[in-house]
Design a protein around this ligand. Structure first.
Ligand code: MTE
Length: 299
């Protein structure tokens, strides 16, 4: 997020996909004969008014700085990342601290599809069919104490498999945080899949957070620990550039990033720009969490 301006870049692959899709769609007979699998591949599965972002784009245009700051290279560099077995510890201000294997969590909580828009701070967005389960269900297992106010999430730190960790600009490991009531909101999920397949490493396998009303950087990948704490954690991005990235990071078209506007966004796979909407369109479910707060000061 500190590198070249991402909006300027549409990897060649995306153009190529789009061209071949247009070619197919232009041929009525062929389009009528497309199987659902082919339609899915062409990115035409709809969710209400919205077109889902093609799987190929979701899995080949990634922010995952532990591998690379180059979105197009992450998939390749992450290919051999070891994602099983995997454990997540949940500790801190809880009555029943525990370590969970991801395989057990999947078995127990049966991830379900949730189609969410993901709005990146860099002003692009995607529509992703996640497979996940509410974070609140995991929290119920550990029983937070009355002292617990925030969650601190940490990504695995594995230099042998993550070449981007040699980038000394950042204070690794990647850390993110949520307020406990945000974490308890039903929209906040732990995702283990996309398009009904297990997550690939580049998308944060085997388990990552998804908080759809916040900028994408809050959705921390490849989580190994969640700690319930009393004070607001400092995220990697807050430490790296406090003027640019705040703790709340709610999608807000009225608060510009110091270096670019947040008023509009480009959906990956489209050319036109769309207006960005407050809370990424999820205001009905989450605006009440911030009643009485100055969202300019708490950006
Ligand atoms: N988590 C970790 N550990 N490292 C990262 O660099 N990037 C964040 C977020 N989670 C990031 C991360 C950012 S900036 C975005 S936009 C989303 O992941 C991108 O998720 P995606 O690649 O699955 O679309």
């Amino acid at each position: 997020m500190k590198t070249t301006h991402p909006d300027a870049v549409t990897p060649q692959k995306l153009y190529q996909n789009r061209r071949s899709f247009l070619k197919t769609a232009g041929n009525g007979l062929l389009a009528a004969a497309l199987t659902p699998a082919l339609l899915l591949k062409a990115g035409r599965r709809m969710a209400g008014e919205e077109t889902l972002t093609p799987y190929e784009d979701i899995t080949h245009y990634n922010n995952y700085y532990e591998f690379s700051t180059d979105k197009v290279r992450v998939a390749k560099l992450a290919r051999n990342f070891t994602t099983a077995p995997w454990e997540v510890s949940v500790t801190g201000l809880v009555d029943k601290p525990a370590t969970f294997s991801v395989a057990d969590l999947v078995e127990k909580f049966r991830p379900e599809e949730r189609i969410y828009r993901l709005r990146c701070v860099e002003a692009w967005s995607m529509v992703i069919p996640w497979a996940g389960f509410p974070l609140s269900r995991l929290l119920q297992e550990v029983a937070p104490t009355s002292e617990a106010r925030y969650l601190k999430f940490v990504t695995v730190h594995r230099p042998s498999e993550m070449p981007g960790l040699s980038n000394k600009w950042y204070d690794w490991p990647y850390v993110e945080g949520l307020r406990l009531d945000e974490a308890m909101n039903d929209l906040a999920i732990l995702a283990t899949g996309i398009y009904a397949k297990d997550l690939l490493p580049q998308n944060g396998a085997p388990v990552r957070l998804v908080v759809p009303w916040k900028y994408g950087f809050k959705s921390i990948k490849s989580i190994v620990s969640i700690e319930l704490v009393k004070r607001q954690p400092t995220s990697l991005w807050m430490a790296a550039a406090p003027r640019e990235y705040g703790f709340y990071a709610n999608v807000n078209p009225d608060v510009s990033h110091p270096r670019w506007s947040q008023a509009s966004e480009r959906r990956i796979g489209e050319f036109r720009r769309r207006r960005t909407v407050p809370f990424n369109g999820y205001g009905d479910q989450v605006a009440s969490l911030y009643e009485g707060m100055d969202l300019r000061a708490n950006f």
